[in-house]
Design a protein around this ligand. Structure first.
Ligand SMILES: [Zn+2]
Length: 127
């Protein structure tokens, strides 16, 4: 967490996923940063995402250093949010056998030992 990303992490701790949106070229983007990655302008605002999207790509791994064995296999994915940006994340409540590219997902947040930090992950939904 730094001054540039503090609003993002505070929102995540409250169960809300924030994106950035450029007021000059209308691009919505993730990860949150102060400058638009397209036009490089700094006229950007925070945008609360719907929290839904689709699996763009995914993989599954059974070997992750220092990861709890009962949380394996770990399904990692790029999720394309309804607003457009793709977010590198983990999928929960599914396995690589039960999802496919295009599966609808929604965000959920994993609490951490630090109450001010929650990690956004996604799970499949029907829609
Ligand atoms: Zn822009």
């Amino acid at each position: 967490m730094d001054p540039e990303t503090e609003p993002y992490w505070k929102a995540a701790a409250e169960g809300r996923l924030l994106l950035r949106r450029c007021n000059d070229c209308d691009l919505s983007f993730y990860y949150p940063r102060a400058r638009c990655p397209d036009c490089l302008g700094n006229n950007v605002k925070w945008l609360e995402a719907t929290g839904t999207g689709e699996v763009y790509a995914y993989t599954s791994t059974t070997l992750v250093s220092e990861w709890p064995e009962d949380a394996l296999p770990l399904v990692l994915a790029y999720v394309e949010l309804d607003e457009g940006p793709r977010i590198l994340t983990a999928l929960q409540e599914c396995s690589s056998d039960t999802i496919e590219i295009g599966t609808s997902v929604e965000v959920t947040f994993i609490p951490t030992a630090d109450d001010s930090v929650s990690i956004p992950v996604f799970r499949p939904i029907d829609r």
